[in-house]
Each structure stands twice: as structure tokens, then as C-alpha cells.
Write a protein that binds this ligand. Sequence first.
Ligand code: GRF
Length: 200
Amino acid sequence: MKRIAIFASGNGTNLENILKHVRRRRIRAEVAFCFSDNPKAGALRRARRLGFSTIMFTPGHFPSKKLYEHELTRHIKREKVDYIILAGYMRVLGKEFIRVSRNRILNIHPAILPSFKGTHAIKDAYDYGVKVTGVTVHFADDSVDGGPVISQEAVPIQSGESLPSLEKRIHQVEYRLYPKAINLLLNGKLKIKGRRVIHK
Ligand code: GRF
């Protein structure tokens, strides 16, 4: 079975959803560990509560970002991780880290990329007044939310809808879309050709 590591900096609802899919064998993978760069992350609590192993350290523990990511790579190699699943990991990955794990890192973004990149995508789309936003799953590279797109789902913004309501609906789509994309990856169904991801 393929081995995955999940990286999360925050609340961790996507992480929890993925872990539950693993437990119910709807995602067929072994979770090597869950990593957070934030000691206060809800993601750590959620992972521990479900009985998965966790690792936590921050860039502040290291003299440089390079050494911080070097330590991450050491864990990835030691635990024989095949794929890294970013689930609200709030840091841009360095070139060296990406080089080592090229085409093996997935990310989810709560907007239709390349629109509304960055940390506040749902609010940015809402404030802009777009009528349609959504969710994107993509391979991660060393740009911000820039790697080849695997799947996208549109979420129309209803007239008069509040931001919390939109956030809730976006997250519901995430909980469906991410496990599907992870399964495609695990089953060898994704092929990257330049910017394009082909579903075999
Ligand atoms: C999600 O909206 C995801 O798309 C983005 O970060 C958020 C993480 O939320 N990358 P949670 O921590 O999984 O609740």
C-alpha cells in the first residue's frame, strides 16, 4: 500500500476528513504521519484523537528554511512516504523540497485557480463579487498555488449569501473533491504533461 503524509497548519478539517476516509478504507493508503508547523494547530489534535502519529516542528527551530525543510525531507525518506498531501499547509515549499518530491505533492485551494491565489481565497472571491467560485486540487510546485490542476468544482455564490455560508459550502465541496483526487493519485491514474494533468 502507498504511504502518505499529511501536512496541515491550521484547523485541520480536511486532514480529519482524509483520515476518516483512510480509516473507512475509502482511501487505500497508510498514513505515515501527520505534520504541522504550528504547535497550536487543531490539525494535530484531530490527528491524535483519531490515533494517527504526528510530528510538529517549526521553521523557528532551525537556522534557515532550508534546514527546516531538510528535516522534513529526512522524515519523508525515513518513513518511506510516497505522497505528500497538503491540507491547509500555510507555507510555500522550497525549490529543494519540491525537487526531492517532484510530482508527489498535492494541494487543495478554495477557489478556481488561477483566480484568487493566496491565504484568503474564499473571502477574496466573495469581496470581489464573483458569481462563481469553487475548489481546485492541484500538484504543488514552488510557486504559490501554481502547479498543474487535477480537478476543479464550481460553487455558484447565491444572491445575498453570507460569507460564512459560502465558506461552509466550499468546505463541503473540498471534503468530496480531495479524497477523489487522492484516490486518482494513489491508483496511478494521473499523468502530468507540462501544465496539463491527464486522467488515465
Ligand atoms: C482549506 O480551505 C483549504 O482549501 C486551504 O486551507 C483550508 C484548510 O482548512 N488550503 P482546514 O484546516 O482543513 O479546515
